[in-house]
Design a protein around this ligand. Structure first.
Ligand SMILES: [Cu+2]
Length: 187
């Protein structure tokens, strides 16, 4: 967006300078400007943006292909996750979500109090966490590592601290949990 808006501002400034300095009596063809730039350019940009939005949005839709399901429960102010653990048994964690790399995961997102929003900026779009409702978002991480997640819906005084980590591991190589706090009570 920054690059796009900078390009548009630069373009407008060039047009302004050009209008200021153009020789007397030498006008441009209004039709080119009105239809070409006023309609054609704008429509091309909008179509590209909407197309990109559909592409990004479609990627986070769940599909019925038997993907692993993980539960994410938001609260004021933190996240509880239930995911398959190292031994295949469900593992409950606070503020840390473990997902295997290269495997699609469907995250069932809900909330116990107010509306929050699940967001891992480097891995995909946002999904609201709504009390009494389960929204499912698909998440797919290709590269192992640690990714930052956060609440993307203002939910009270602790909102800005409502962060979590997504640990992406090589399938079959679940990270060592012994030196990491995974349980823990609510603050
Ligand atoms: Cu929140």
């Amino acid at each position: 967006m920054l690059i796009g808006s900078a390009a548009i501002i630069a373009f407008v400034l060039i047009l302004l300078a050009w209008a200021w300095r153009r020789p007397e009596g030498k006008g441009a063809d209004e039709r080119v400007w009105t239809l070409g730039l006023g309609v054609g350019f704008v429509m091309a940009v909008l179509v590209a943006l909407v197309g990109y939005g559909f592409w990004v949005g479609e990627r986070i839709l769940p599909r019925s292909d038997g993907a692993v399901r993980v539960a994410a429960e938001a609260r004021q102010w933190g996240w509880a996750f239930r995911q398959p653990g190292p031994d295949g048994q469900p593992l409950e964690t606070q503020e840390v979500l473990y997902v295997p790399a290269g495997v699609p995961i469907d995250i069932e997102i809900t909330s116990t109090d107010v509306i929050h929003s699940f967001w891992v900026p480097r891995l995909g779009g946002k999904m609201d966490a709504v009390p009494g409702r389960v929204n499912v978002a698909r998440l797919m991480a290709h590269t192992p590592g640690e990714y930052e997640g956060l609440c993307a819906e203002f939910c009270g005084l602790g909102h800005s601290f409502m962060r979590f980590s997504v640990i992406v591991y090589e399938p079959g190589a679940f990270p060592d949990l012994s030196n990491r706090q995974t349980g823990g009570a609510d603050e």
